[in-house]
Design a binder for this molecule. Structure first.
Ligand SMILES: [Cu+2]
Length: 139
């Protein structure tokens, strides 16, 4: 009898210890996740390239737009490319009101929108219902 009681006590201690460890791990993951998203917002994303004199800005559309903010060059021919992969939410419809752009994206693949040669300006875009924003700063 005594022995089995002892084993039960040890079991409980082990359970408590593993709960504490689990909580600590979850906390660490949450803190790391917060730091990562913070970095994403502050550091300019590397999503703009120039190929044969054409500037290509790549944005991933799925449950919103990534990166939320892009920085690009003004005054050169520019393509805005939306990459999708099983995007069934409303970020698969893009609007840039100041340029009269309304474009539905293919659910998986790439959709190019020709922006011409934008002037130095900040373009505001959003999903079909206006809840997911994105921004492109031309400078
Ligand atoms: Cu939306």
């Amino acid at each position: 009898m005594r022995v089995s009681v002892r084993i039960k006590l040890m079991d409980n201690k082990l359970t408590i210890a593993s709960i504490i460890i689990a909580v600590a791990l979850i906390g660490a993951v949450l803190i790391l996740g917060k730091n990562n998203s913070g970095a994403e917002n502050n550091v300019p994303a590397n999503n703009v390239s120039v190929v044969d004199g054409k500037q290509i800005i790549e944005i991933t559309a799925k449950g919103g737009y990534t990166p939320r903010k892009s920085v690009a060059k003004a005054g050169i021919p520019t393509i805005l490319r939306f990459n999708t992969k099983g995007t069934f939410d409303c970020s698969s419809f893009v609007r840039i009101p100041s340029m009269n752009i309304s474009q539905s994206l293919s659910q998986s693949g790439a959709t190019d929108i020709d922006l011409g040669s934008p002037l130095a300006n900040s373009l505001q875009g959003m999903c079909g219902m206006g809840m997911y924003p994105f921004e492109i700063e031309f400078q």
